[in-house]
Design a protein around this ligand. Structure first.
Ligand SMILES: [Zn+2]
Length: 331
C-alpha cells in the first residue's frame, strides 16, 4: 500500500485532517464510525490509520512503511489486526464473539489491537448487541473502525459510542482521473463520474447496452429540443419502450438530460472544462442565443418534475411526453 496522508486527503480532506490531528494530539478514539457512499475510500483510510497506529517509527503521524508492523499490516497478516466482513449477507453473532475471544487472549504482542468491521450495517441484532457490550468494556488498548454506506441502519446506541466521520462523494475531477485508468471510453467518463461515485458501478454501467442507448437518446433529444428540426415527441415514442425496461434506467436518462442543460450553464459561465457532453458544445453555444438563463432553469425544473412523477406509478412514456410538451412550451 503506497498511499499517504497527502494522497488520501485529496479524496477526503476533512476525514483525513481529523484523523491525522488525533494522532498528533494523542487523542485517538476507541471507536470510529466511517460512514459515506461506496467507493469513497473508507476501508483504505481505516487500513492506513491502522498502519499509523501500529508503526514502530512514526514521525509526524506518518508511518515509516518499512518496520515489521507496517509490513505486516500491508500484507494483511498482523496478529493484532482483525477484519470482519459479512458472511454471505450478514455479520453474525459468532463472528463478533470470535473477535472478543481473540482479543481476550493474552496477546503475544502487547500493544494496541485494532478491528475493522466492514459493512457494519449488516450486523444481525444479536451481533450488534454483542458488539455493543464489547464497545462498552474494551480490553487493552483497542481501536475499532466500523465502516458503513448506510449509517441510518446502525443502532443509535452503537453510533453514540463511536466518533462518526463522514466520507463525502469523491471530487468529480479526482474520480474522472481514476476512471481514465480503467480503460473506459474517454467520451463516457465525464458522464459516468457524475452519475455514480462508485468505480465498480461506473465500470459496470459503461459496458451496458442501455447506458449507451440512454446517452445517445439524450443527445438526440437535446438536439431535437434546441434545434426543433426533429419532433422531440417522436424521439421519445420511438425509443423509450424499445430501449428501457425499468424506471431506474429512465431516471438515469433524465439525470443525463439534466446534465446536458447544466452544460449550457457552464458554457454561459465560461467554465467549459465542466461540460459533460463535449460533442454538443458547438450546438449548445448556438442554442444559448435563444435560451436565457431563466429558460434553462425552467427546463431543469421541468425535467426534475418528470423525475419525481416517475417515482409514483405513472406510465413512463406519458410522463416523458408531458415533460417534452412542457419543455417545448418554454421555447
Ligand atoms: Zn512502520
Amino acid at each position: 500500500m503506497k498511499t499517504s496522508w497527502e494522497e488520501l486527503s485529496e479524496r477526503q480532506p476533512v476525514a483525513t485532517k481529523m484523523l491525522k490531528n488525533a494522532v498528533l494530539k494523542d487523542r485517538v478514539a476507541h471507536a470510529y464510525l466511517f460512514e459515506g457512499p461506496r467507493g469513497t475510500g473508507k476501508r483504505e483510510l481505516a487500513l492506513y490509520y491502522t498502519k499509523v497506529l501500529l508503526c514502530e517509527n512514526v514521525t509526524d503521524a506518518n508511518p515509516c512503511g518499512n518496520c515489521r508492523n507496517c509490513k505486516r499490516v500491508d500484507s494483511g497478516n498482523h496478529p493484532n489486526v482483525y477484519i470482519i466482513e459479512p458472511e454471505e449477507t450478514s455479520i453474525k453473532k459468532h463472528q463478533i464473539q470470535q473477535l472478543q475471544e481473540e482479543f481476550a487472549k493474552t496477546a503475544v504482542e502487547s500493544n494496541r489491537k485494532i478491528y475493522i468491521i466492514d459493512h457494519a450495517d449488516k450486523m444481525t441484532t444479536n451481533a450488534a448487541n454483542s458488539l455493543l457490550k464489547f464497545l462498552e468494556e474494551p480490553v487493552s488498548i483497542t481501536t475499532a473502525f466500523l465502516l458503513t454506506e448506510q449509517v441510518q441502519q446502525i443502532l443509535p446506541t452503537i453510533q453514540s459510542r463511536c466518533q462518526s466521520i463522514h466520507f463525502n462523494p469523491l471530487p468529480v475531477r479526482f474520480f474522472e482521473e481514476h476512471l481514465h485508468q480503467k480503460n473506459l471510453q474517454p467520451a463516457l467518463i465525464p458522464l459516468l463520474a457524475r452519475i455514480t461515485n462508485s468505480e465498480q458501478v461506473a465500470v459496470e454501467i459503461a459496458q451496458e447496452e442501455w447506458f449507451a442507448q440512454a446517452r445517445a437518446l439524450v443527445i438526440e433529444l437535446y438536439e431535437a429540443l434546441v434545434t426543433t428540426k426533429k419532433d422531440s415527441l417522436l424521439v421519445i415514442q420511438q425509443n423509450v419502450s424499445r430501449h428501457f425496461d425499468s424506471k431506474e434506467q429512465v431516471q438515469l436518462m433524465l439525470d443525463m438530460l439534466v446534465l446536458a442543460f447544466k452544460d449550457m450553464l457552464y458554457i454561459y459561465a465560461e467554465q467549459d472544462n465542466n461540460v459533460v457532453f463535449r460533442t454538443e458544445e458547438a450546438l449548445m453555444r448556438q442554442a444559448l442565443n435563444r435560451y436565457s438563463l431563466e429558460k434553462i432553469t425552467t427546463c431543469l425544473e421541468k425535467i426534475l418534475d418528470a423525475k419525481k412523477r416517475l417515482t409514483s406509478n405513472a406510465n413512463m412514456v406519458l410522463v416523458l411526453e408531458q415533460m417534452i410538451i412542457e419543455l417545448q412550451e418554454g421555447l
